[in-house]
Write a protein that binds this ligand. Sequence first.
Ligand SMILES: NC(=O)C1=CN([C@@H]2O[C@H](COP(=O)(O)OP(=O)(O)OC[C@H]3O[C@@H](n4cnc5c(N)ncnc54)[C@H](OP(=O)(O)O)[C@@H]3O)[C@@H](O)[C@H]2O)C=CC1
Ligand SMILES: O=C(O)[C@@H]1CCC=N1
Length: 269
Amino acid sequence: MTQKVAVLGTGKIGEALLSGMIRGGWAPTDLMVTARRPERADQLRTRYGVTPVTNAEAAKSADTLILTVKPQDMGALLTELAPHIPADRLVISGAAGIPTAFFEERLPAATPVVRVMTNTPALVDEAMSVISAGTHATAAHLTRAEGIFATVGKTLRVPESQQDAATALSGSGPAYFYFLVEAMTDAGILLGLPRDKAHDLIVQAAIGAATMLRDSGEHPVTLRENVTSPAGTTINAIRELENHGVRAALIAALEAARDRSRELAGGNG
Ligand SMILES: NC(=O)C1=CN([C@@H]2O[C@H](COP(=O)(O)OP(=O)(O)OC[C@H]3O[C@@H](n4cnc5c(N)ncnc54)[C@H](OP(=O)(O)O)[C@@H]3O)[C@@H](O)[C@H]2O)C=CC1
Ligand SMILES: O=C(O)[C@@H]1CCC=N1
């Protein structure tokens, strides 16, 4: 029998996953969504042909529940769900920071919980989804979670102790690259290029660099050295990046993201 999946709290990440599952061949009739606002529920029904239901209905009738509300809203959602969840439901959390123990304490005994940190490139099937098992999740539950998230990109299993670090790297990661593109586009303006041309040049440089990082098999240092000619232009830029502490800033930035993920562990922000 076909598995039914419900996405509870279908916002940006929930919708990215939902749209990817449909692109990947899931029938909208096997998917349910929940939303807090009726107009959002209508929007999802119109866009994807999925059935909006209440959280309680989802808990009763879907085999897998994917919870994609904000960490601060998770406690309230679990209070709402707990009375309706049968023992065999797989609960997948997509929230930053909150450990599987938080769910296990609030849901019926032995509920299998899997924690997944994905990212917004799910919208273009290039997500990185990092997956960990809770106490009662079996290999079959992990495989089911992987099967769902593989429709939107790559998956990787890690011990739950590495989830906060993974959140800092790949969960938040796209934002750092957008920030860099924004800053380098500004640099293009300073150098006299029109904004649209500056944007196109730096985005294509980013796509080319990302593709080589993924496909060439070369270490990033080698790839950078190949661009950096003796007494050329690139080394002047690299010296400025080092003078301004960009490497240290990135290390500190990701450490701060990891620390915030740990703080969210309380589930109430
Ligand atoms: N954005 C990102 O890049 C990533 C986010 N995440 C995680 O995904 C989760 C969601 O983030 P994001 O998609 O950005 O946030 P959004 O605010 O876009 O989505 C959350 C949605 O949940 C809805 N909601 C809240 N409470 C309920 C409820 N009780 N019942 C039904 N719906 C509810 C909200 O409704 P309303 O619209 O009314 O507020 C909102 O639409 C977070 O836990 C975050 O940590 C993980 C990886 C990456
Ligand atoms: O900023 C956040 O908290 C979420 C989690 C990872 C990416 N966005």
